[in-house]
Design a binder for this molecule. Structure first.
Ligand SMILES: [Zn+2]
Ligand SMILES: [Zn+2]
Ligand SMILES: [Zn+2]
Ligand SMILES: [Zn+2]
Length: 446
């Protein structure tokens, strides 16, 4: 191949993003090809639709297989270029006046053939420079693949953390309203306690907001570090063979420090006790409200709505698998009623009141729309507490033991209490009920 032909050959194998010979080339929907790392960095912000950097054609898929034919050709082009510049001064052995064409893995040095035959190299394996460099590139690419995956995972955690910070702020505002409501309707004389309660909430919420903000900042920084590392490795792979072989070890070492995932913040507000709350609730006590019991599969209508607005990425623990289910044969249509349920030995449960419980031979269905429910779910060792309509994560300490349910039918309110702490978990604020409501409990084995 003369130098014009070589030029043309290399031109065809040049990535238009980095202007280097293709590295792990992929061909996208429009037919254009790029180095995978170049394309990954180009598309990293996840902008949609993904468009070709060359012709702006839209690519439907985010993932592409390596174009292996192009990859082999690119390797040949790199070799041809290396052969062209190979015989420059520093690549000639001064002792033997021969080109240093071999790489010694053990000593990490370049050698000429006579040097490689010396006794001190007898036990080593020596390979031609280009092959050794290509092998290094492959190792780097593998490393880069996991680095990029890590970066994507980090992005997901980061998105969740940012969303959590946003929902937490909204939740705190709602919780203030709830606490005021609780004191208003129950204890008009406890103004001092109400104030202390609200102040404590404000202080605690401020602290958690700060933690979340720092966490988002830390994750953003780590994501950027991973990207920088990826970029650095990409540049490394594009270096000429001899240079790559001499600096590659530094890169492998620096890499590892970034592989630790950051821990997301788990915001949990303290539920402060409300003086005399249980005495008051016990005035409305009803016992044995759950008269119907069965072991069944439970299906929640509208479950998609739940997961759609769910900052913790909760899975649907209750869909699939059998649960212990209990409900009241008698529905309430007026008055005030209070009962307690024990969830001591369970991580996954649902309780509250609901209009309809539809049973068939295999499944029990609950309509989300006409139910006021508190859920506890354990996913990946983390407990989440949330309520339905609208789906809302409860950023409070999980109740252990007994939970009190108070149905104030006349005023259209449903509230949940942590019995052992004597505190409010959550209140569905007053609305008007249009249907009879039945007590409901579902327990899933831990
Ligand atoms: Zn490129
Ligand atoms: Zn294109
Ligand atoms: Zn030599
Ligand atoms: Zn050697």
């Amino acid at each position: 191949m003369d130098s014009d032909e070589l030029e043309a050959f290399q031109q065809e194998l040049t990535c238009s993003i980095c202007m280097n010979c293709f590295l792990d080339p992929v061909t996208i929907d429009c037919g254009h090809s790029f180095c995978r790392p170049c394309l990954s960095l180009c598309w990293e912000e996840g902008q949609t639709p993904r468009s070709c950097p060359e012709c702006r054609g839209i690519s439907e898929r985010p993932d592409f297989k390596t174009n292996t034919a192009l990859k082999r050709l690119a390797s040949l082009a790199r070799q041809a270029r290396a052969d062209h510049v190979h015989h420059s001064e520093e690549q000639i052995c001064e002792t033997h006046q021969e080109a240093r064409g071999l790489f010694c893995e053990a000593d990490q040095t370049l050698l000429c053939r006579p040097c490689s035959e010396r006794p001190e190299h007898a036990a080593h394996s020596h390979s031609p420079i280009h092959r050794a460099a290509e092998e290094s590139r492959e190792k780097f690419l593998k490393r880069m693949g996991s680095l990029w995956k890590k970066r994507e995972e980090m992005q997901l955690i980061l998105n969740q953390e940012a969303k959590k910070a946003w929902s937490f702020k909204k939740y705190v505002a709602l919780r203030k309203v709830m606490i005021k409501f609780e004191y208003q309707r129950r204890h008009p004389l406890l103004q001092e306690e109400e104030k202390l309660h609200l102040d404590a909430l404000k202080k605690e919420a401020k602290e958690i907001c700060l933690q979340l903000k720092e966490s988002v900042f830390r994750m953003t920084q780590q994501r950027e570090s991973l990207k920088q590392m990826y970029r650095k490795l990409t540049e490394m792979c594009h270096k000429p063979d001899t240079e790559l072989l001499q600096v590659r070890n530094i890169c492998f070492r620096t890499n590892l420090a970034y592989m630790q995932n950051p821990q997301p913040v788990n915001p949990e507000l303290t539920c402060w006790p409300v003086t005399g709350i249980l005495d008051m609730l016990n005035n409305f006590r009803v016992d044995n409200v759950l008269t119907q019991t069965t072991i069944h599969h439970v299906s929640l209508d509208d479950a998609s709505v739940m997961s759609g607005d769910d900052p913790h990425g909760l899975s649907r623990q209750f869909d699939g698998g059998e649960s212990f289910v209990a409900w009241g044969a008698q529905a309430f249509t007026s008055g005030r009623h209070y009962w307690e349920l024990d969830v001591t030995h369970f991580s996954n449960w649902i309780l509250g009141v609901t209009k309809d419980i539809l049973t068939s031979d295999t499944i029990i269905r609950i309509n989300y729309e006409e139910a006021f429910l508190l859920f506890s779910e354990k996913v990946n060792d983390q407990h989440s507490l949330f309520t339905n309509s609208p789906p809302l994560v409860q950023f409070v300490k999980r109740p252990l033991g007994r939970i009190g349910v108070f149905l104030d039918y006349d005023n259209g309110a449903v509230s949940f209490y942590d019995v052992s702490r004597g505190s409010l978990i959550y209140s569905f604020l007053p609305s008007s009920f249009s249907c009879p409501l039945k007590p409901f409990l579902c327990l899933k084995s831990p």
